[in-house]
Design a protein around this ligand. Structure first.
Ligand code: ATP
Length: 237
């Protein structure tokens, strides 16, 4: 499997304050990789750094090309989509308008229309609510919309920031099942930040555990899942 995203000596800063300290990680093409760790460990910041929304140092190479310092829009065009924590849907716009915004980097109108239909197949509830304001949706539906909006840019890599937060267990199950389908059928690779380590380790093939901006442990997800000491020390379950 070739490497789709590779970060080397990756550092991130808010103003003068450094919060990620020279970490290395990679996402193989087609894989689901998870980043775990306690609140404040630097997981969200790492995703923002890849999108160049915070100041970074080190190297981030996507599909053979160094992307540090590129405008976020160019990074989206190259094939990375970010589903931020808190979802970032536009609550005053309709479901359909939100999806169109996700396709803003594309010019192929018929492809956009076809993809919108595909999103409604993945998430039928969005189809039936396409004309409603996003603000009227439930938390789970908003998460579905955020994922669909990201997919509308036709990414090769999706950065998902805590998609399970605040959702009921059954809704979480539904959403994660669809993410797996999208990974398998559309070959979208995923870098998944999650609070729910057990859930993330079931879905991912490889995991990194961050502790105050450094990688404390990394390895195949199955190994982390099976190690009682890692589970107890780092994953809290
Ligand atoms: P969480 O699950 O709480 O989001 P996280 O692992 O994603 O945790 P980050 O949000 O990346 O952690 O935060 C890493 C550090 O950066 C924390 O110390 C946090 O206080 C700080 N931080 C996060 N956002 C900002 C910001 N906008 N300005 C300044 N510091 C920030």
């Amino acid at each position: 499997m070739s490497v789709l995203l590779q970060a080397t000596n990756f550092q991130a800063f808010y103003g003068p304050r450094q919060v990620v300290f020279g970490i290395n990680f990679e996402v193989p093409e087609g894989a689901i990789v998870t980043v775990l760790g306690a609140n404040g460990a630097g997981k969200s910041t790492t995703l923002r750094g890849i999108m160049n929304e915070v100041r970074t140092r080190g190297d981030v190479v996507f599909d053979g090309q160094r992307i540090n310092g590129k405008a976020t829009e160019s990074i989206v065009r190259l094939g990375i989509a970010h589903v931020p924590e808190g979802r970032g849907t536009f609550v005053d716009l309709t479901v359909e308008e939100n999806l169109r915004l996700g396709a803003y980097v594309r010019r192929d109108r018929s492809g956009v229309a076809a993809d919108m239909q595909r999103m409604y197949e993945y998430f039928p509830v969005l189809g039936s609510r396409r004309s409603q304001r996003a603000g009227m949706l439930s938390g789970g539906e908003q998460q579905m919309l955020a994922i669909s909006r990201a997919l509308m840019s036709r990414p090769r890599l999706m950065l998902l920031d805590e998609p399970s937060t605040g959702l009921a267990p059954l809704v979480i199950q539904d959403i994660f099942k669809i993410l797996e389908t999208i990974n398998r059928e559309e070959k979208v690779s995923m870098l998944l930040v999650e609070q729910d380590a057990a859930l993330a380790l079931k879905m991912a093939s490889f995991a990194y555990v961050l502790e105050t901006g450094r990688v404390a442990v990394s390895g195949p997800a199955s190994e982390l899942r099976e190690s009682d000491s890692i589970r107890r020390s780092y994953l809290g379950y």
